[in-house]
Design a protein around this ligand. Structure first.
Ligand code: GAR
Length: 213
């Protein structure tokens, strides 16, 4: 059984897709053991509560400096002992000590086709604002493993989504979530839980004969 901790900052629709995936059997061999938020007001915490999953708030603002927060966050994660950490709309940079302690065991969902529209300053609605400003016709989402860089780790899966002429950032965000994010992230977790993928250098490869489907 893959024990996962999901990190969130906002509304938590990606968390919901994971919880629903576990409930309906789209994601197998997986248990969500805790949800961590940097924001006490995150709607995602309500979604966790509704499924009796412990919600933990760790806000950088409550610590004397970033290093103290990084230590506390990493210690908490080590205490929880997850097999996989899932960043589902988590808008805080993962501490380097956590990346090394959980190497190859942290995944992130990003709302664009990496390497476009990613890195510092590209998160949440801002990504879709920049996509519309640039006038690209196709965008999408990416699930990737997390390394020390910003949105630079090995890519697990991507899905393209069309940009329409009448789009606002909000409309585009919703389409990217519906057509890409809520499908890609649960599938990636299920693939990891059933040993269907592995990292080879900076690439993610399918494993023939992985356990399960
Ligand atoms: C999602 O679109 C996710 O891809 C994005 O934040 C949103 C969170 O929505 N993540 C990033 O931008 C990370 N760089 P949610 O709270 O409803 O899942």
């Amino acid at each position: 059984m893959l024990r996962i901790v999901v990190c969130v900052s906002g509304g938590g629709t990606n968390l919901q897709a994971i919880l629903d995936g576990v409930e309906t059997g789209k994601i197998t061999n997986t248990e969500v053991i805790a949800v961590i938020s940097n924001n006490a007001k995150a709607g995602a915490l309500e979604r966790a509560k509704a499924r009796n999953i412990p919600g933990i708030v760790l806000s950088p603002k409550k610590y004397s400096d970033r290093e103290a927060y990084n230590q506390a966050f990493t210690e908490k994660m080590k205490e929880l002992e997850p097999d996989l950490v899932v960043l589902a709309g988590f808008l805080v940079k993962i501490p380097p000590q956590m990346v090394s302690a959980f190497s190859g065991r942290i995944v992130n969902i990003h709302p664009s086709l990496i390497p476009s529209f990613c890195g510092v300053g590209y998160y949440g609605l801002k990504v879709h604002e920049k996509v519309l400003e640039r006038g690209v016709k196709v965008t999408g989402a990416t699930v990737h493993f997390v390394n020390d860089g910003m949105d630079e780790g090995p890519i697990i899966a991507q899905k393209a989504v069309c940009v329409e002429e009448e789009d606002t950032p909000e409309i585009l965000q919703r389409r990217v979530m519906e057509q890409a994010e809520w499908i890609l992230l649960p599938k990636a977790i299920d693939d990891i839980a059933n040993d269907r993928i592995r990292i080879v250098g900076n690439r993610v490869c399918s494993v023939a004969g992985g356990n399960g489907k």
